[in-house]
Ligand binder design. Sequence first.
Ligand code: PDD
Length: 286
Amino acid sequence: MTRTVYVNGEYLPEDEAKISIFDRGFLFADGVYEVTSVLGGKLIDFDGHAVRLERSLSELGMGHPITKEDLLEVHRELVRLNEIDEGMIYLQITRGAAADRDFAYPPEDTPQTIVLFTQSKPGLANSPMAQKGLKVISIEDQRWGRRDIKTVQLLYPSMGKMMAKAEGCDDAWMVEEGSVTEGTSNNAYIVKGDTIITRQLSNDILHGITRAAVLRFAREAQMKVEERAFTIDEAKDADEAFVTSASTFVMPVVEIDGAPVGTGKPGSVAARLREIYLEESIKKAV
Ligand code: PDD
């Protein structure tokens, strides 16, 4: 089945979709994105992603070319047209194509580019990785200073992922001034005793939509949560570690820089949070 994608108001077969070579997303990474997961043909946490998208656009002084209602409609239509049961929807909005390459932003009436496409991932909720756990390495965080904005400048996270693979690992945790910021495409957590520890929100990390939901569920389940920075040594010495994101939900981390975390097996807190997150989010899916 050929995938149907959405480009600037049109639903098209993927091989007919076109974007200008002058698009600022392509030339300057001048664009923002969101990834929303689909479970049982429904959107998980759509509202949170739509709100963060609006914030990213505002922070970069970009227009809001589509309403939340229309965006929901496009997401749903793509799920329907591509018969997605489990997977993700990728959305990208750029500042559009200027007449030429120019560092200065184009005039405000320049049409923005909106692209959405689906990624079918059967078995996403039952990923074998949740039983196995991830092995991560630590690397220096060399990204820019506004990581709270979800831009498409993902080269350094991509490099981090490749550094991890080169060492036979799955992902990298980035470290700045001695403490962990986040994973290449997820938020990072450790568990010490009965306390879940994750870095506080600031411009240093992406304000994960999954993070917000997981911390809320944890507090509702009377688990202790501490939002503060932690070091790699503290993480190696923790009882458990895990990451969260729209594409992995809650995923245990079992090894950091070659050292086992806790027993070296996925921990019970991560397993419980994964279960609660999936159960509660599926109930609220739209
Ligand atoms: N990444 N931190 C970073 C750097 C991320 O790229 C992501 C998401 C997260 C988790 O955010 P959320 O829970 O809202 O998905 C944290 C997406 C999934 C991606 O780039 O594919």
